[in-house]
Every structure is written in C-alpha cells, then in structure tokens.
Design a protein around this ligand. Structure first.
Ligand SMILES: Nc1ncnc2c1ncn2[C@@H]1O[C@H](COP(=O)(O)OP(=O)(O)OP(=O)(O)O)[C@@H](O)[C@H]1O
Ligand SMILES: [Mg+2]
Length: 572
C-alpha cells in the first residue's frame, strides 16, 4: 500500500505528518522546520518562492507575495501577484507542491498520496477547491478530513480507553471551528460541528493594526492604509505584538520611517498593553460563543456533561481565550499537547488507518457529521425559491435520506433538481452545489406524479443525489464528487454547476460573456418556446462553458454561433 501523508493546510501555517511505528511524526521541511508559513510569492527573477522565504519577502514586496490564501478559497476572488491575478486554488497547489517535495525528500521516496484537513465548517465548494489544489500538486487525495476531527483523533489515539464528551475548540489563523465528540472504548463519534470561516488570529492582528492606524493618524495626520508596503510592515508588527502579549503585559512597537511628511520621515512608536489588546478583542471572542451554543444544542448536551475542552490552533495561545471559555462555560480548558501539530498528526492518523500503517486493533473507529444542511429547491406554487432539507446539518455520515415530491404544474414533463447546501429557508441564499434535470415524467395533472429524491452523503464527502419517477422507475442522478479529478469529467451531465462556472476563470472566455448571459436569462425567464429547444440550448450552454474551460476557443465560437442562430429564431 502506498505511503499516505497527512497535511494541515492552514491559513497561516502548513504542516505535514506521517505514521512511524504506529505514532504520528511531523515531517520537516527543507529548512528543517515542522511549520511552514502558508505564504507564496514570486521573487525578483520571476521564480516562485514558498514558505519562510515567501513570508520574509512579504515585508519587502507585499505586492508579489500572497498570504492567508485559504481565506479566499471558494470565493471566486482572484489574488493579485505581480502583474497577474491567481486563483486561490493555484496558489494553494503551489504550497502543496512544496509539501510534496519536502516530504518526498525527507522520507526518501516519492510521496503521491495525502489526506488533507479542512475546517469542519468549509462548505462543499471550498472542499472541492482543496481537493483540486491537491490534485494539481500531484497528489491523489485519499480523504478530506475535518480539522477538529483530526485534532480529536490525535488526542484520542493517546486516550483510547477514556469515556468522555470532548469539546475541541480550534482557533487558528483564519478560521474558527468547534466540535463536540464522544469517546467510548476506542470509538470516536463526532456529535456536532460548527464555526466561523472568517474568524481567526488574522482578525486579532487587524484589531491591533486599526489601533496603530488610528493612533498614527491622530498624531501625524498621515493615513497609512493607502500604502501597501507600510501596511505589510504594520501587519507584521501587529502579529509580533499580539504574540508577545500572550506572555508579556505590554509591548513596544517601533517602525522607523514608515511614512514621509514632506522630507521628514515619520515613525510608529507606541506601547500597547495586554489589557488594551484584550479590550479591543472582546467582540471577536464574543463571536465564538454562538457556535459553542449551536454545537451543544445540535448534539443535545449541556455544559455539565462536557468532560474536557481541548484547545487547538495557534490563536488559543492567547491567555484571554482560555479565560473567556472558562467564564462562558464554567470549564477550564486544556491546551492540546502541541496545538500547532495536532491537526496534521490527526490527518496522518487518518492516513495511517487508510494505508494500514496503523494496525486495525490499535485504531480508533471514527464517525463524522456533515456540518451543513443539504436539500433541494422546491416550489409551493407561489414561492419558487423554497429550500426543502433532506439532510439536516450535523447528521452522522454516511447517511441516505429521501423524500417524495410532486410536479406542481399541470402536464409538467420535466423537473430541475437543484441542490443547495446551507441553513436558509430561501434556497438561493444557500450555496448552489449542483443541478440536473429529470425528464420523461408522464404528462398528468399537477400533484399526480410522485417523484422520489434521495441524497446519499458518504465519509469522503461525496454527495449523490438521485431523482426517480415512481410510476415508471426512470431516474436521473448527479454525483457531487469532491474527490474527483475535475478535469476527468466526460459526461456533461455529471458536471456540477460550480465546475462549469469555472469558465469564468479563463480570461479568454470574456468574448462569450454576453451570449452566455443572454441564454441564461432566456432559460431563467422561460422565454423559450418549447421544451426541446430549451433542452438543446441548455446542452449547448454546457458545451460552450466546457469549451471555454478547455480553452478550445474555435470550438467555443462554433457553439456560440449555433446558440445565436437559435436565439434569433426565438426572437431573443
Ligand atoms: N503565541 C501566540 N500568541 C498569539 N497568537 C499566536 C501565537 N502563536 C501563533 N499565533 C497565531 O496563531 C495563528 C496561526 O495558528 P495556526 O497555525 O493554528 O493556524 P492555521 O492552521 O494556519 O489556520 P486555520 O486553521 O485557521 O486555517 C496566527 O494567527 C498566529 O498569529
Ligand atoms: Mg489550523
């Protein structure tokens, strides 16, 4: 069986681990460090620089260096670097490529398999992006694992015989996760997960940065926020200050010649006390409370039943975090043995369970939950944008759930099954994760033809949605498979909607934008005269987007012409 490494691809730092003699061991990078800054840049001669070199370069040329890339994953935002803009997936792939390289060097064999952890609260789109980055880096991604579950695994391996409810509180560089687990005789069961994808150490840095900007403006009248180089230095100083205040009462920030007033250089020169920092951070800590409440509520457990709270993530080194948790829950939390390594170690344990590097009798049995609700868009006749939930959030996976739906128009012969992930009752406010059409429904009055829709969500995070016409047995389905190599999709109907939307990533696709928009509008507003033409246009639209994704522009132009001919016939 191939070697599989575990990777914690973090917002601020990235780590990798492997199982040796039944125990996780950190893998050292080319600098001999277990922790690699998650920074990617392009140096003066146009070469890629990764990790510590890139982090150091950030201070000198922030415009050529990307940090905290993970925060942009799945948002559709591009990251400017030099005079180009990069997809967060491509930059994450660079980081993972570096991990692959140093792991192969360190282990003395070509490493091609990985388990990669993600915040529990990452949605399917973000998970797919991480898988894509892994594949792009040359890995076969054997499993995507939730970070708090990974942290709990690394804890659990040492405490297999304990029976307890454990709350894992992971405050990292960019994300916050909280997970409740139950352990009993070697079985680790995730009860519920919740969190905030946009809360982490970075936000504490930002509070200090704002404090510095305001003080500087008041003193000198100069605004530092419009100067990217100054911003990078202030950010660096803010993070240093934050870390220092984890063990000291005050910190003196000095940044000489940060700006000029006429010909006079101005400096930042100020002292921040731990007390001041804590006061400005209070609203951030406040934001951690509601995810804790939701996790307890979803798992039907109250504070008195929690046996242990484990702190994971670099930001839990701030003493105010443990204090806040104790004040809120009445329980004094314990620091994970090594808060920076716990997630990578857990990912390695999962990798070891898959590869066989961990003996089955020593291994934990683990169950996980799906952190978001999953469902489809339905209509009640008036409102066409309602969410019907099939798998509520925090359901234990693997799971299959189904529900019966009916046609809502007379003589309706096809339905679009549109799959969303999220908690809103308004379908389109959630994340669209895929869609497909079921046609060939016998033409009857509304409500007379039952359709069975079933959702299957497995441990790998693969969601299969199937719709069946009950009277005829005809069905259609879609597999929203985040473990797939996205470039291998051949059958157009297996393409998730989100994958198709990648046509926008190709700048050359711009010339087709207005045609695509026109077709989408016509389809949305039902402007097409008959179903067959509608189907034809839908297929052509898919082909067009695929051609753009494949950068086959001649093909795209041919398809566009076919579309334009139809639109003209339809008078659109
Ligand atoms: N001593 C310290 N005091 C305060 N904060 C610290 C300390 N050490 C590290 N941090 C902060 O911890 C964060 C990094 O933590 P960690 O490496 O766990 O995050 P990550 O895994 O990169 O991010 P995420 O899990 O959110 O994707 C950074 O914001 C860093 O400033
Ligand atoms: Mg982390």
């Amino acid at each position: 069986m191939d070697t599989i490494i575990g990777i914690d691809l973090g917002t601020s730092t990235t780590e990798a681990a492997i199982i040796r003699n039944g125990k996780p061991e950190m893998i050292l990078n080319m600098d001999g460090e277990a922790i690699t800054p998650s920074a990617v840049g392009i140096d003066a001669s146009g070469n890629w620089v990764i990790g510590e070199k890139a982090r150091a370069q950030y201070l000198l040329s922030p415009e050529k260096t990307a940090i905290e890339v993970k925060r942009k994953i799945g948002t559709g935002d591009l990251i400017p670097l030099g005079n180009q803009r990069y997809n967060p997936v491509d930059l994450s792939a660079r980081l993972l490529e570096y991990v692959k390289h140093y792991a192969s060097e360190s282990l003395g064999e070509e490493v091609t398999h990985a388990v990669i952890s993600v915040p529990a609260y990452f949605n399917d789109i973000q998970r797919q992006c991480v898988v894509r980055a892994g594949v792009q880096a040359g890995f076969t991604v054997d499993r995507i694992l939730n970070e708090p579950t990974a942290a709990a695994l690394s804890y659990g391996l040492e405490h297999m015989d304990d029976e307890s409810h454990i709350l894992v509180y992971d405050l990292g560089g960019g994300t916050f996760d909280v997970t409740l687990l139950e352990m009993f005789s070697g079985v680790l069961e995730v009860k519920a997960s919740n969190g905030d994808n946009q809360l982490g150490g970075k936000d504490f840095d930002q509070k200090l940065m704002d404090h510095i900007f305001t003080a500087f403006r008041q003193k000198t009248g100069v605004d530092l926020t419009s100067d990217k180089a100054a911003m990078a230095r202030v950010k660096d100083a803010a993070e240093k200050c934050k870390k220092a205040l984890s063990s000291e009462d005050e910190y003196h920030i000095v940044l000489p010649a940060i700006a000029m007033k006429g010909s006079k250089p101005l400096a930042v020169d100020m002292t921040v006390t731990a007390e001041e920092f804590e006061a400005m951070s209070a609203p951030l800590l406040e934001r951690t409370h509601s995810p804790i409440d939701i996790v307890l509520e979803d798992s039907g457990i109250d504070f008195s039943q929690i046996d242990k709270i484990i702190l994971v993530g670099g930001s839990t080194r701030m003493p105010m975090v443990a204090r806040d948790i104790e004040k809120y829950t009445g329980i004094r939390p314990v620091l994970a043995v090594n808060p920076d390594y716990a997630v990578a170690e857990g990912a390695a344990i999962q990798a070891g369970i898959i590869s066989g590097a961990i003996e089955p009798e020593d291994s934990l049995v683990m169950t996980d939950v799906c952190p978001y609700s999953l469902g489809i868009k339905v209509s009640n006749g008036f409102d066409h944008d309602l969410m019907s939930f099939l798998i509520p959030r925090n359901t234990t996976i693997p799971v299959t759930r189904s529900n019966t739906y009916y046609t809502f128009r007379d003589y309706q012969t096809d339905v679009d099954v549109v799959v969303y992930q999220g908690e809103s009752d308004v379908a389109s406010s959630n994340h669209l994760i895929g869609d497909f059409r079921l046609s060939g429904i016998p033409s009857k009055r509304q409500g007379e033809e039952p359709l069975l829709v079933s959702f299957t969500y497995n441990l790998n995070g693969i969601l299969e949605v199937k719709a069946t016409i009950q009277s005829t047995g005809k069905d259609a389905s879609i597999e929203i498979n985040m473990m797939d190599n996205p470039s291998s999709g051949e059958d157009t109907h297996d393409y998730g909607t989100m994958d198709l939307e990648k046509w926008k990533d190709n700048p050359a696709g711009r010339e087709f934008r207005s045609t695509i928009r026109n077709v989408e509008r016509a389809l949305d507003r039902d402007l097409i005269s008959d179903i067959d033409t509608e189907d034809e246009l839908t297929d052509l639209l898919t082909d067009l987007k695929e051609a753009i994704i494949d950068n086959d522009l001649d093909e795209a132009r041919d398809i566009e012409q076919e579309i334009l001919d139809i639109l003209e016939e339809e008078d659109i």
